[in-house]
Structure formats: C-alpha cells, structure tokens
Design a protein around this ligand. Sequence first.
Ligand code: UDP
Length: 218
Amino acid sequence: MEDLFAVYGASGCGRGVMPLARQQLVQAGIAPERLVFVDDGLGPERVNGQRLLTYAQFLAEPAGMRHAVLAIANGTVREKLAARLAQDGVQSWSVQAANVVRMDDVELGEGAALSPFVTLTSNIRVGRHFHANLYSYVEHDCVIGDFVTFAPGVKCNGNIVVEDHAYIGAGAVIKQGVPGKPLVIGRGAVVGMGAVVTKSVPAGTTVVGNPARPLRAD
Ligand code: UDP
C-alpha cells in the first residue's frame, strides 16, 4: 500500500506550501495523487486542483504510512495538531522549496515548512514545526525553538535565540547578538512587521517599530 501525504491547512499558508510539497513528491517519484489537503473548516472538494479531505477522511483513506506538514501560521494551532498527528501515528513531514539554501551544520527539527528563497546559513539549530516564509533568512549560530513562525522577509542575523512559539512579522530585522551573549526573542513574543529589533524581547511581549519597543495598549 502506498503512503499518503497531506498539507494540513488549505487557507493562505497551505496553498503556498502545496506546490512545494507536490514538487518534492514528484522529485521523489511519488504520484501527486498521493497528496491531499486536510482542513477541519473548509468545504469544497478540491483546492487548486488537489483533493481536500477532512482529518477523519485522511485517516480513513487506505495508505501505508501517513505523512503531514502543518501549513497553518498559528504556532499554537500547530502544536495542538502536532499532538493529534503523533497520537494517530501520522508522521511529521518537512516540506521545502527546491531553491532553499542550507549551509553547513544545520539541524532542522521535524515538520518544517520552508518557502522559496529561504536561506539557513551555518551552525544553526531549529526546533520542530518551524515556518520560514518567502525570502526569510536565519544567519549563523542561531537557535530557533519549536513552533516558531517567520512571516515573509524576516532577517534573523547571527547569534540570536528565538524561543518557542515566537512570531516574527514580515520584513522584521533582528540585530545580531554576540557569541555567548545572544539576542533573545522570548517565548511567545511577537515582533511586528518591519520592526527593527536591537535588543532582547521578553517572553510574551509584542514589539513594534524602529527601534522596536513594546506595544502599548492605549
Ligand atoms: N484549521 C484546521 N484545523 C484547526 C485550525 C485551523 O484545519 O484546528 C484550518 C482552518 O480551517 C483554515 C486554516 O487552518 O483553513 C488556517 O487558515 P488561516 O487563513 O487562519 O491562516 P493561515 O495559516 O493559512 O495563514
């Protein structure tokens, strides 16, 4: 029995990941018919020519192994769904564009989704279910946690730690840290689009602007 592959999430993020997944499978000699969208909230039977299944249908479809990449930008949702996949014996699947650049000594956790023109340079550790959207980069000696999301065009320079569940908005620039004293983006922090981050951001804090400062609630 042949394996079955899924892009979980058929909204904006999923529709961007699907062509990469399809290309990756075709290159591995696997028929694109073995690739489906899975979504818990969308109706039509096909999205951009690809079958759309509910999660229950995905589990019921005859298959050898089942594989899924979580193509949903919200890291908390990805964590919830990753637990569901693990419980049901579905393998976490990593998908990346053909033109992603990965240099030396890059450890990439399971379930990553790397969009076109992403670059990961050397000596980098990345946790589970990382999303790096179009044109983002991660420079040398960075440590990226689990369920971290980079919107398009994030510039994550050298010696930076990005803790679990941080979300970095489009076009944000993060100043490099120094060896042994990294700049830290804390757990669950949000960096607004276009922010210029010059110092560490505490866990759970949203920062915006240039230089980036905590968002005030007024
Ligand atoms: N979704 C899902 N299961 C969940 C939560 C979300 O299938 O538990 C789907 C939801 O139905 C939607 C997609 O994930 O189609 C999320 O799309 P959204 O436009 O919110 O954001 P995106 O991650 O695509 O930017």
